[in-house]
Design a protein around this ligand. Sequence first.
Ligand SMILES: Cc1cc2nc3c(=O)[nH]c(=O)nc-3n(C[C@H](O)[C@H](O)[C@H](O)COP(=O)(O)OP(=O)(O)OC[C@H]3O[C@@H](n4cnc5c(N)ncnc54)[C@H](O)[C@@H]3O)c2cc1C
Length: 461
Amino acid sequence: MTNEAVALTGWGLTMPTRAAVSSISSAAELAPLLAGVGNRGVIARGAGRSYGDAAQNGGGLVVTLDAINDVEVLDDGDVVAGAGALLADVIAPLLARGRFLPVTPGTRFVTVGGAIAADVHGKNHHVDGSFGQHLRWLDLVVASGQTQRIGPDGSPDDVALFHATVGGMGLTGIIVRACFGSVESPTDQMNVDTYRCADLDSLMSQMVEREAGHRYSVAWLDGMARGGKLGRGVLTVANHALTNQTPTNHALSGGTRPTESQLAMRFAAPRINVPPVPVSPLNRVTLAAFNEGYYRAAPRVRTGQQVGLGSYFYPLDLVGGWNRLYGSRGFVQYQFAVPDSGAAVIRQALERLSSIGAPSFLSVLKRFGAGNSAAPLSFPIAGWTLAIDVPARLDDLGPILDELDDAVLVAGGRLYLAKDSRATPAVIAAGYPRLDEFRSIRQGIDPAGIFTSDLARRLAL
Ligand SMILES: Cc1cc2nc3c(=O)[nH]c(=O)nc-3n(C[C@H](O)[C@H](O)[C@H](O)COP(=O)(O)OP(=O)(O)OC[C@H]3O[C@@H](n4cnc5c(N)ncnc54)[C@H](O)[C@@H]3O)c2cc1C
């Protein structure tokens, strides 16, 4: 176990208060740590890929589990992994057996613990749901220091604790190990269909039409387009390519298959890294040019293109530290979900952000299937989700986002805790009607409230 005191910073949020950080290598080290926790409490931190203050605890203790990173793929394709393992470390052993992660976010550099605590979603939510829905069990170290193995079956209290931990942002305890399922991926290729859509209506209707028959679906929106072009974008829908659809050297079974270490090399850390930049090169002019170029480069319609798994799932991971492109003042990511009946909020968000000239190069629209109804704080609800990056320095950004919060709530939607750095307790409580249920489970397992974070204090979770 190692200890240090550092000021932890998130992606766009700087906390001036220092936290003590303990890196543990076994669950047994947690009991004495938890017994000595002060009044600012303790929170687990994964890879720090959430955008706000979820894994920060100014003035308190932060526990990292990087050393608990073992990965084992069982004969039936289930994975048993330490909570500190990165999804990147799980991919190669899975692919070597012709399988892939059941759900993956847009970066593979998140931990198993972080994926559970945020109940992350991927491009396949409309088919496969969220990460927590593929869990068989997890080991949770609770406030007493004891480890509890909990899952979707068991005593009512254990099952309730399991579901509160999925999407519970680390506030029920520290996950040290988990077992989850996987999906078939007979090759290392994806069959991708691309549709360039000239406006928001055509993009959204194409998304609804094309999701049937495709496991994965996502749209990039030109966040700089205005007027009749507002919401234009590029939709891709995809499935894992089958062995009879690819050249033999892409098959993950048979004599020509790549070895696990060759696969691991493909999913290792990015080769290009952005250094800190004092002045952000991202402004209205450069982003308008980037977005125009990206949009024009996409084919109007292209079906059956084969793309490597890594390029399809993780284009952003090619460039390490891409967030630095926003300069020292950082950026805000705003992500909300609304039911189909609230689809108009997507247009409203794009219009309102364009009214203040908010330059965005990453606006992503996805479809959600039915939510993880057992988990009170899980984010996805059936319908739409939009994620937009905007520079934090923009004047008027705060009031516009407040206005959008109201629109999201009126539409029956909610904000994503893993991406939040600015919401209020009232906005979160209104978006998560089962927050009180979560609070009472948390109170039962941790009456002194030792598990807490800057996010939990800011939002009164
Ligand atoms: C480029 C990029 C793309 C992304 N795309 C998506 C996406 O498509 N879908 C999506 O859902 N999310 C997405 N995210 C968000 C990301 O998946 C989540 O924020 C995830 O929780 C980050 O995991 P982490 O390991 O970095 O955890 P951290 O950011 O370190 O922590 C996140 C939360 O998990 C808790 N936690 C971490 N480890 C443990 C543990 N061992 N025990 C208990 N609690 C723990 C922390 O306390 C905190 O509340 C993206 C993020 C980035 C940077």
